[in-house]
Each structure stands twice: as C-alpha cells, then as structure tokens.
Design a protein around this ligand. Sequence first.
Ligand SMILES: *[C@@H]1O[C@H](CO)[C@@H](O)[C@H](O)[C@H]1NC(C)=O
Ligand SMILES: *[C@@H]1O[C@H](CO)[C@@H](O)[C@H](O)[C@H]1NC(C)=O
Ligand SMILES: *[C@@H]1O[C@H](CO)[C@@H](O)[C@H](O)[C@H]1NC(C)=O
Ligand SMILES: *[C@@H]1O[C@H](CO)[C@@H](O)[C@H](O)[C@H]1NC(C)=O
Ligand SMILES: *[C@@H]1O[C@H](CO)[C@@H](O)[C@H](O)[C@H]1NC(C)=O
Length: 383
Amino acid sequence: MKTTVLPSEQQRRSLNRHTKFRIFTTISLLAIIFTYMFNTNTFISFNFNPAIFTNHKLIINYNQLIIQESHNSPLNLKFDILNSNPKFETRANEFLKDCKLRFFMTWISSPSILFGERELLVVEALFKSNPDSCLIIISNNMDSDHGFQLLKPVINLGFRVQAIEPDFHFLFKNTPAESWFGCIQNRKCDPGEIPLAQNLSNLIRLVALYKFGGVYLDTDFIPLNNFSGLRNSIGAQSANRFGNWTRLNNAVLVFDKNHPLLYKFIEEFALTFNGNRWGFNGPYLVSRVVKRNMEYNLSVLPPAAFYPVGWGRIGGLFRRPVDRGHRRWVEAKVVQLKESSYGVHLWNKQSRKLRIEEESILARLISHHCVVCKTFNKSQRLR
Ligand SMILES: *[C@@H]1O[C@H](CO)[C@@H](O)[C@H](O)[C@H]1NC(C)=O
Ligand SMILES: *[C@@H]1O[C@H](CO)[C@@H](O)[C@H](O)[C@H]1NC(C)=O
Ligand SMILES: *[C@@H]1O[C@H](CO)[C@@H](O)[C@H](O)[C@H]1NC(C)=O
Ligand SMILES: *[C@@H]1O[C@H](CO)[C@@H](O)[C@H](O)[C@H]1NC(C)=O
Ligand SMILES: *[C@@H]1O[C@H](CO)[C@@H](O)[C@H](O)[C@H]1NC(C)=O
C-alpha cells in the first residue's frame, strides 16, 4: 500500500512520450490520518488524493483561496536592482556546458540579505538528490565574495553551484518582457506598490527557462528525489474532489528551452502586469495561462509531487512528535514523502518564523538530505 507520483523507469519513458499520464494512488493511509486527526490537534493534511490528472483538460476554480508566494526580501528595491551584468550569458553558458540537468533559483534581494541557513539546506538537499546537476542562482547579491563563501562548503565537495548576477537585457531579449522592461526602466510603467524584486523573481524564472531550459526551484522548496525523469511539467497545488486540478503553482517549473508555453507565460506577465495586485502575476498567472492553452505539451503533476503539504498545514512539518503514536506517524510520513514526492514546498511566507524542532518531519528530511551536514544545528532556530 503506497502512494506514489514518482514514475518508474517504464512510466518515465511513457511520460516523455505521452502528453497525458495517470497516477494511481491508494488511500488507506488516509484512514490512519483520520484516526490520528480525531486523537490529536496536530493534524497535517497531505494532498494524497486518489487523483487522475489527465493532461490539463481540467477544471479551474477561481474561487480558491489566495496563496502567497515565498518572498526573498520585504524591502522595496525598486530600480537599483535593474543593473545588468553583461557577462551573464557567457558565464551561464560556460557553467552549464557539461550539464545534463540544470537547475535555476533566483535570489533578488537587498544587498545585505544573502542566503540564510534554510536556503543553504535547500541547496544541499538538491545536490543530495541530484548530485550530477548544476545549479545557477540568478542573484544580484549572491554573486559576491560573501555569497561565494556561503556556497563554498558545497562547492568544495565537488557540487556545481554558481551565483550569477543577471543581465536583464539578455534575459528579456526577444521575449514579450523586453518592452515591459523598457517601460519600467523609462519609468513609464508603474511597478506598483509591491516590491519589484518579488515580481522580477516571477519573471526571471520564466525567461531563464525560456533561454536555457531546465528546472526552476523556489528557495523554499526542499528537493527529495531525482528530477531527471521530468520534462515540461508543472505542479498543481490543489485539486478538487474529482481529482482535477484547481490551482497550479510556479514554485517548481520544468521546461524545455524555447517552450511555447513559457512564451505565453512571459507574454501574460508583460500584458497584465499589475504591481498592486497580490499574487496576480505569481501562481495565478500559470493557472490562467495553462487553462487557456490546452494544446501544448505539459504534464500537470498532482499536489503530492511538489506541494504535498498545503500552506495552512505546513507548521505540522516543523513540530516535534508529542507521543509514541505521533512519533510512529511522523516516521511513516517521512517515508511517504520520500517515496511519493519530488520535494516539499515550505511556503516560506507561512513558515519562515517557525523553528524546526528536533525529531520533526522536517528535521528528519533535512538530516537525510544534507551533504555538508554542518549547517543543521538542532538547537538553533533556523531563519
Ligand atoms: C475532471 O477531468 C476529467 C478529465 O479531463 C473531465 O472529463 C471531467 O469532466 C472533470 N470533472 C470534474 C468534475 O472536474
Ligand atoms: C537520476 O535518474 C537518471 C535517469 O533516470 C539516472 O541516469 C541517474 O543516475 C539518476 N541519478 C541518481 C542520483 O539516482
Ligand atoms: C509582485 O510580487 C508579489 C509577491 O510575489 C505578488 O504578490 C504580486 O502579485 C506581484 N505583482 C505582480 C504584478 O506580479
Ligand atoms: C508534443 O510532444 C510530442 C513528442 O514529444 C511531439 O511529437 C509533439 O509535436 C508535441 N506537441 C506540441 C504541440 O508541441
Ligand atoms: C548550536 O547552536 C547553539 C546556539 O547557537 C550553540 O550554542 C551550539 O553550540 C550549537 N551546536 C553545534 C553542535 O554547533
């Protein structure tokens, strides 16, 4: 009895061939969860729906709860982050030259806010589960001596990670973002009240994948499994009781270079940019665009793939077990997450302030998925 979204070898092959695939799940664990739910208040909801996700011929429910993206920095950096590094393209191509599996993250933040322990744990987990991959951190401030020192313990183990300051001219060139960018730069378009840095992150992930192809990950997504079987995939963060997705999320994106759907995403961003509307160009954007463009090759993975724990329940991952029954349950969950999910999105906005308690699900996942394994100090509160 097991719930799984990770494809077997055979499934993996057919996943590449077909635009649709089915995921069969069993739900006996739900029984355990429900039993547990009635015995304790610390109930965590996992979205292990017995869902059949056919390739996005699905229904979207616009009345879903609003979900907020993870944010790097509360500061409004406005225009000073729009500097362009002309070496970006050359450095990125050089770095990616011998890489089969490429990952991208973005870190656009005020100069003093570099990766914290949590972000470093994410990098470690990435290389633990995908040791042969390369990771580019597109960042205005991690591409510095201090940033390099932070990444050095991982680099010293032979893993390939590099922070590179973006060149917006290159990234936006020949995309619909080009004119949007010009407009913002000339101060003709209103970037709105919402920090431009956060909106840029939503856009940079799209253009980076469009130019290079690969996997984009949010810095609050803990990878637990091998990503190399995935192609042109996006994750649903919620599904209805019929198993059809109701909202997609852009915290994890897997796309081939020049994928036409990426172009559509970028176009939508540029056309509908609204710096004052919360979430509008983040997670909502991908749902909107996918719904309108059913003809493209895309696998919509069920919530268990990337968002196994909803944002409202994410706190449960951080808490220590309270008794023996809870402890057994935690152990089962750790195994289940590892078997059923590509990783776990931590919904930083909700979980940033939580301490990772000893023996919690998260503490276990992290200690199994570290490579340097020094940063995780159980008695310390992780930022
Ligand atoms: C769910 O998706 C299936 C497959 O695309 C579709 O046939 C069905 O009408 C949808 N049902 C509901 C209730 O969303
Ligand atoms: C990940 O999967 C790919 C292809 O399925 C395989 O070649 C590679 O060895 C796997 N990596 C790990 C670390 O298991
Ligand atoms: C700007 O970023 C914030 C935070 O990610 C987001 O809530 C908002 O919707 C974004 N605005 C646009 C226009 O993308
Ligand atoms: C979808 O993928 C298949 C095989 O990978 C390809 O033959 C087909 O042209 C693609 N369709 C679109 C619309 O890109
Ligand atoms: C963990 O952090 C605490 C508080 O910062 C510190 O006192 C302790 O020595 C650290 N332990 C280890 C093993 O690094």
